[in-house]
Design a binder for this molecule. Sequence first.
Ligand code: GLC
Length: 796
Amino acid sequence: MRYGYFDTEKREYVITRPDVPVSWTNYLGVEDFCTVISQNAGGYSFYRSPQYHRVTRFRPNGVPLDRPGHYVYIRDDETGEFWSVSWQPTGGNAESYQVRHGLSYSVFSCNRNGINAEQLCMVPLGDACELWAVTLSNVSDSPRRLSVFGYCEFSFHQIEMDNQNFQMSLYASGADCQDGIIQHDLYYEETGFQCFTSSFAPDGYDCSRDAFLGSYRTETNPLAVETGHCSGSGGTTGNHCGALMKTVTLEPGGDVNLFFMLSEGSRAEAVRLREKYRSPGAVQKAGEALAAWWDKRLASLRVSLPHAEMENMLNVWTLYQAEVNVLFSRFASFIEVGGRTGLGYRDTAQDAMCIANAEPDGCRKRLIQLLHGQVSSGYGLHLFRPEWFMREEKAQSFKSPTVVPTPDRSEMIHGIKDVCSDDHLWLVAAVCEYVREIGDTKFFDAIVPYADGGEGSIYEHLTRALDFTEEHTGAHGIPLGLRADWNDCLNLGGGESGMVTFLYLWALKHFIAAARFLGRTNDVEKYQARLDKAATAADEALWDGEWFRRGFTASGRPIGGAEAAEGKVHLESNTWAVVSGAVSREKGIKCMDAVDAYLYTPYGLMLNAPSFTVPDDEVGFVTRVYPGVKENGAVFSHPNPWAWAAECMLGRGARAIRLYDALCPALQNDIIETRKAEPYSYCQFIMGKDHKLHGQANHPWMTGTAGWAYYAATRYILGIRPEFDRLTVDPCIPPEWKTFSAVRVWRGTEYRITVENPDGAEYGVAGLYVNGQKAEFIPLSQEPVEVRIVMGRDIH
Ligand code: GLC
């Protein structure tokens, strides 16, 4: 069953039936003001922090999932009938509604009672406000008298204040309307203002939520809309809203454009913004600027493939999702509702690394933040707020009555018991990939403080990360698992992690390549010796005959392996064994065959199988998770692209695409009855075979899958990889792909790449031509470069 389709030309997903099984969301805003919005215009806004500066309210985990929202109501003043421009909150015949989710904007439209209505929501660049551009057209044959209402519910800023302890918060805010601007004021904050205004002088308003909705009513049937009259409510204390109303008369064929605006800051700022955006063409110009912002990012790599869904995902949706993760980390969605903010170390490093081409500045910003969150002994703080280390927080000039203890700096630095064994290793590769992208090797020399004092060059930060892992190995000579590795639920403590073993080898390879390029030969030798030693230890300790084990518990029991009754085969250790490049091709093929045999499902690869059913705290929390769910035997999406990369390293392009396709959201557009979640976003996990909802996708948007899907598909399947001094193109594709092309912008130059595959090879470059000349490699260039690759069977 399908609910919509991709409009590739417009870079939109068009929802033709908004009664989708769960909320299908989009993200508005690419700077300080953000709104997470559903296909029903439900959701919430925040300014900079969803935890500390909420603008509009959200009732998390509610029924329905997405209330309240940013709603526009229309009332027919002749008949008293009313409806909303988005399908909810009033409901009605879903088929008369349409939603277009685009890059940082959403458009809701409906055709009801002879009126066509549209509401475009977006956050313009440079201003902290959300614009709702509304158009109503009378497509009936009689004149119509309509009342239009814009409505949103304000939030107390702090999520705790907004969700608990109302004995203070309910009495500490106010809202009033002057000059057509509703200003919401959090009285206990020095800069606690938001405004709601419109392009017109309103015929009525409400600032009190309860007055607008009326007792025992909801957003579905607000009293003010039902009666056609706002009551001019407002004042101090209580819960507040922005509700502005205008009455219009439309002749047959007539239309009207209005806008509502929700903005951060005081009334004076709202006056400025209202002037700016109500001038003719201003909203359209803002839309064009936003589109250009996205054009620039999307232009960093444009692909043209014999695989329409993959082309669309890579050119638009996967990059978009990955960007949103870099912008807002994991902490604003309908699942993560803003109660946790800050940066997860490993997530941020991977997100940033994966889109260095499209977002070099964002990548750099995140890397610098991570470097500040690294302690001098080398590990990263698992979850931290960059402002702890990067600037003194401005002290509030007064004490608020709710005592929330502020930790001292030393308390923010957790000790070894909370160290995750993988966090700092991602940083090593991420920094190297960033430098490969931008070419500025001086980045390695920049001095950055450590979180716990002292400072060092970025190069030194990386050595300390590697040294930390070297110094924390266990009985088999491979890295300890510590609090967890990439798998939050594998809590090995003093046990050893097979995955981190291979991740360490991968990080070492990145670092050695950088050291070699920088001419630091002593370090090349030193770390190469460690790599050789670690690779031997890995092979000896982890190979089980057919595949690689996941690790060892603190008491030395192997995790995964032929003998294991549960959790026999794990995705992480086997994919990383291959991606690390440290194991033989023969073992690589065997272990990926085992992955295929044990973990493949039509919805992607499961993380482990069979699922654990018996709690075993030496293995970790994973054994206490329901079988087939999350880290215990679900299709955990994030590691799936590792398998695509691994298959490409083995030269098995057909297999890589088979795995790509299994996880591909766009290819599940027509099975929404199973998938449920939006088909334009990867989800954190999909229920595994051991769960009766097998195939149901959960937790859209905020997952490292997006970055890795982009990275693995572009760098391994398409094989387009920047090195320190050259560009490599080494595809691994299915034999039936006869050709594909791509335009990659690298260090400011366009590389126009055409790949031909006359013999149906899966990998191997038989001929490389640069600007028509046969070449050994693709060099750096200031001028646009034409690259032609001819693939050949069995050549590597
Ligand atoms: C979640 C976390 C991520 C972790 C993964 C597996 O996606 O955000 O850090 O690696 O789960 O446990």
